[in-house]
Design a protein around this ligand. Structure first.
Ligand code: 5RP
Length: 241
């Protein structure tokens, strides 16, 4: 495994002036089109950066078969733009999966799930040959754990899982929406864990994934990124891992 990221010079450079975070997301969303294999299906993630990618994908929709989506929200956006969406069970392999991240380290390991779609994201990532992460440079970290770690849990196990994270030095809270626990596309809850320094993402993901009641932990080390298109003040930088 190559653990040293290599960075290319920016391929999509801004014309002038500082770019907003929204503009950086648009840039990386458009840059991701170069990884979409024409004539095939593409795996599509979830989130505000992926929304920019979906908008860009619509401009080449006649050149692809369609998409496998990681959330109800992305499916609705894809369909609204006339991009056919296929069930993941209908598809054996995807060449590429394009998704954002809440954090990515210098090895392509990520924390994901800020949009509560981590379970379906991990499923589609697992059936894809290549994970291309699209993010702005605020997401690049030395050690995972700066962003609260999302974990999808079965509600009857929540209190026990919260205690298990406390024993590791973490503080977990149930994510709320409109004063109630947020319910995911899979009918489960999300807990967000702060106070962790995840220095061995593979071991951490393997350990927490085994706890009864954990549906999915938001560390993506087994399904890490091979490429990251990072929006920076100088344009889009390509990191390969
Ligand atoms: C959704 C995710 C997103 O990829 C992550 O939260 C980044 O989102 P955004 O592009 O809006 O910053 O994991 O579950």
């Amino acid at each position: 495994m190559n653990t040293t990221p290599s960075a290319s010079t920016p391929s999509f450079a801004p014309e002038s002036g500082a770019l907003t975070q929204d503009q950086l997301k648009t840039l990386v969303g458009q840059a991701a089109l170069q990884y979409v294999v024409r004539g095939e299906l593409v795996g599509v993630g979830t989130g505000s950066t992926v929304n920019k990618f979906i908008d860009a994908l619509a401009t080449i929709k006649d050149q692809i078969k369609g998409a496998v989506s990681s959330s109800v929200a992305s499916t609705e956006r894809l369909l609204a733009l006339g991009i056919p969406v296929f069930d993941s069970n209908e598809v054996e392999r995807l060449s590429v999966y394009i998704d954002g991240a809440d954090e990515i380290d210098g090895h392509g390991n990520m924390v994901k799930g800020g949009g509560a779609a981590l379970t379906r994201e991990k499923i589609v990532a697992a059936q894809s040959d290549k994970f291309v992460c699209i993010a702005d440079e605020s997401k690049l970290v030395e050690v995972l754990g700066q962003f609260p770690l999302p974990v999808e849990v079965i509600p009857m196990a929540t209190a026990r899982i919260v205690r298990q994270f406390a024993a590791m030095g973490g503080h977990a809270v149930v994510r709320q929406k409109n004063g109630q626990p947020l319910v995911t596309d899979n009918g489960q809850h999300i807990i967000d864990v702060t106070g962790l320094q995840i220095r061995d993402p593979l071991a951490f993901e393997a350990q927490v994934s085994q706890w009864p009641g954990v549906v999915t932990v938001g560390v993506f080390a087994f399904q890490r990124a091979q490429v990251c298109l990072l929006g920076t003040a100088q344009g889009v930088k390509t990191l390969t891992f």
